[in-house]
Write a protein that binds this ligand. Structure first.
Ligand code: C5P
Length: 227
């Protein structure tokens, strides 16, 4: 299981300082999401690479028509990142298009399809999709697997079932981790490190519990030790 640190802070300097101060010999992934990428763009990715050979996860959660998804993937493939996200709800045709485009790329990034955001719970999800959340996560995961996608973003509550019912090698990435029971914030389907282990999650994403801590390095060390 790998740790992905979400670089969601209000400015580039703070994000870079967090990375510069990081002391670890273990493989660390860093997640550049919408906030940071919209503000700091491609240059930020280059700056991260100069600090350390971090694995970069560009979390833009693409959702569009198949041709636009494919064209965006062609552009993303030029950025030299290691993992990206799309929405499984963009559908089978769009996901197949993404797979097809990346087949032409040398060292393509891993593609993870978002199933149901971890900020949803049963009621809020039903209001939009009129279906059961767990059933839908599994449906999305199956569709993503059949479309040649590498794995899914889901909560720890669903990760194990996906591994069991779809394929044990199909990757799961689980956000909403509150390593030692920290504040949930807007997240609903949260989990601790123990839960993530039991769920056989391949990647855990941790944002606020690290960057809002008075000593982020201490939290990172504790997480890495527990992993
Ligand atoms: O601060 P926190 O640990 O809740 O951050 C979780 C990170 O994971 C955020 O950057 C959020 O955008 C991202 N994420 C998520 N749920 C998903 C996909 C990504 O929380 N389904």
């Amino acid at each position: 299981m790998k740790l992905c640190i979400a670089l969601d802070m209000p400015n580039k300097k703070d994000n870079l300082t967090l990375l510069s101060n990081l002391k670890t010999s273990q493989e660390i992934w860093v997640k550049v999401g919408l906030r940071s990428f919209i503000r700091d763009g491609k240059e930020f990715l280059e700056q991260i690479k100069t600090i350390n050979p971090f694995k970069i996860f560009l979390d833009l959660k693409l959702y569009d028509i198949p041709n636009t998804m494919g064209d965006s993937i062609d552009e993303i493939a030029k950025l030299g990142v290691d993992m990206i996200t799309i929405h499984a709800s963009s559908g089978r045709e769009a996901m197949c298009e993404v797979t097809k485009r990346l087949q032409k790329v040398q060292n393509p990034p891993l593609v993870m399809a978002v199933t149901v955001l971890t900020s949803f719970q049963q009621e809020s999800f039903f209001e939009i999709y009129h279906s059961n959340l767990e059933t839908q996560v599994l449906e999305f995961a199956k569709m993503a697997y059949e479309s040649g996608i590498n794995g899914v973003v889901c909560s720890c509550l669903e990760s194990r079932v996906i591994k069991e019912k779809i394929n044990s090698h199909f990757l799961t990435l689980t956000p909403a981790i509150r390593p030692f029971g920290e504040d949930n914030g807007d997240q609903k389907r949260t989990a601790t490190l123990q839960d993530a282990k039991a769920a056989m999650s391949d990647f855990i994403v941790v944002g606020r519990p690290i960057y809002k801590a008075s000593n982020p390095q201490e939290v990172i060390d504790k997480i890495l030790q527990a992993l």
